[in-house]
Design a protein around this ligand. Structure first.
Ligand SMILES: CC(C)(COP(=O)(O)OP(=O)(O)OC[C@H]1O[C@@H](n2cnc3c(N)ncnc32)[C@H](O)[C@@H]1OP(=O)(O)O)[C@@H](O)C(=O)NCCC(=O)NCCS
Length: 437
């Protein structure tokens, strides 16, 4: 019988020495490459071990994780083993949050306790409100969110005790509970409207809508179809394995700082246009196209390399992003309530043409999560700056699940990459008075 040896034999042509490097789970340990050494030709001294150079971590696994599974070629996304399609259809954001954080679905008692705890941690200290009110009238809500999440570490100094499981759980509940409050207040701030306190009679997402849109009525009654659509969008954004913001949370968390500081780093990473901002670009593109008749000319421009079809293509998915299918359905549901957005017709026609066009087919370019989400957010009357805040609220349980996994992982160390030094060496410093004389 053929035996497969799970190892890699490497011959260092500088020395002629061969090394056997074990392969585990389709990876080799970069530290094993560090054993491959050769003399520095300049000094004849033994040089440092071989390292891998991987800007952007495109082929480097930074952790073992059991939170989220993605198969980009097949268009599969699973949280803790459950397909995203089933969770989006049959679960709720708080149940999915429980699943992500705990690794298993809750019993009825566990679910009720979880919802109760999150509901009763939605209020924030009044000083956080004053802190947020101190921002300029036109402050970007993501900047406000990032700063106020970071500021929460000063209100909960106990959060620094990250080795205590009960303490970790409390901070996780606080963060999931308070993110909508902070996000909604950042939204009200830009509008010059008074901040609305949480209404704990409402569901998680219903309460968020109340804090966003309540005016003089004594009680806000959210439309359940809108609640379902937004809740589903939160589920779709809840985690996406080692994306840039999860990596930021893990990297900062690896210093053993409190989770508020780590999640603030995640919000900062998400703020960047390469990560959280693509749906805004999709809206701009659809507006520019303006009408269905202009689509063929636009597609020709994309194929000629003049611009990109925003909301298409993904680094990981080389198939239909499973989240895009679900979002498209939710967009149709939302438009039933809000009335149709003419941009939807342009989006659907654009998608139809692109999916049949050889340029997009051969490059495996399919709609991604951002293709329809901006349309929903716009229909709900969110300004584009708020889109990423909604993403951040949805992503919070994912960041916290990644953080929790990190702090319990004995193999993890402080995240501290190597570099290839390209600068000067051994210069002699000449003081200013001599240099400038
Ligand atoms: C997401 C994205 C950055 C992934 O990029 P990537 O994995 O590095 O893929 P590449 O940029 O190498 O693209 C591969 C090929 O497809 C083309 N391509 C990729 N995305 C494209 C798009 N949206 N429109 C037109 N062509 C696109 C590239 O021009 C390239 O073609 P070439 O081989 O002829 O040069 C890219 O698809 C993109 O810019 N999409 C639009 C922005 C967007 O929707 N982002 C949200 C992601 S969730």
């Amino acid at each position: 019988m053929l035996t497969v040896t799970e190892s890699l034999t490497v011959r260092d042509n500088r020395t002629g020495v061969e090394y056997d490097i074990p392969i585990t789970d389709g990876t080799i340990r970069a530290a094993d490459l560090g054993k491959i050494k050769a003399a520095d030709p300049a000094t004849s001294e033994e040089g440092p071990g071989l390292a891998v150079y991987d800007p952007g971590f495109v082929n480097t696994a930074s952790c073992r994780s059991s939170v989220t599974y993605i198969d980009g070629d097949k268009g599969v996304l699973e949280y803790r083993g459950y397909p995203i399609e089933q969770l989006a259809e049959k679960s709720s954001f708080l149940e999915v949050s429980y699943l992500l954080v705990h690794g298993a679905l809750p019993t009825k008692e566990e679910y009720d306790a979880w919802v109760h705890e999150i509901t009763f941690h939605t209020f924030v200290h009044e000083n956080i409100k004053e802190f947020m009110q101190g921002f300029r009238y036109d402050a970007h809500p993501m900047g406000m969110l990032m700063a106020s999440v970071g500021a929460m570490s000063t209100f909960y100094p106990d959060a620094a005790n990250i080795s205590d499981p009960d303490n970790r759980r409390l901070q996780i509940i606080r963060l999931i509970a308070k993110m909508p409050t902070l996000g909604a207040w950042a939204f009200r701030h830009a509008q010059g409207k008074p901040y609305v306190y949480p209404d704990n009679d409402l569901s998680y997402t219903g309460n968020f809508l109340s804090m966003l849109f309540k005016m003089s009525e004594s009680k806000y009654a959210p439309d359940e179809r809108i609640v379902k659509a937004l809740d589903t969008l939160f589920i779709l954004h809840a985690d996406h394995e080692q994306n840039a913001s999860a990596n930021a949370v893990r990297s900062v968390g690896s210093t053993q700082v409190d989770p508020y500081s780590s999640v603030a780093a995640g919000v900062g990473a998400l703020f960047g246009p390469l990560h959280g901002g693509a749906n805004e670009a999709v809206l701009r593109m659809l507006r520019r196209i303006g009408k269905v008749e202009n689509i063929p000319a636009f597609i020709e421009g994309v194929k000629a390399g003049n611009e990109r079809l925003m909301g298409f293509g993904h680094r990981v998915y080389k198939n239909y992003d499973p989240r895009a299918t679900i979002i498209k359905q939710q967009a149709l549901n939302v438009f039933e309530v809000t009335g149709t957005n003419p941009l939807l017709n342009i989006a659907m026609e654009l998608e139809k043409i692109a999916l049949e066009d050889e340029y997009f087919v051969s490059r495996k370019l399919y709609p991604n999560v951002d293709f329809y989400s901006g349309l929903i957010y716009e229909a709900l009357e969110f300004p584009p700056e708020m889109f990423t805040v909604l993403f951040a609220i949805g992503r919070t349980p994912g960041w916290l699940s990644q953080w929790l996994e990190l702090v319990q992982d004995k193999e993890q160390k402080i995240a501290r990459p190597k570099q290839i030094y390209t600068g000067e060496r051994g210069l002699t410093f000449v003081p200013r008075d001599v240099r400038w004389a």
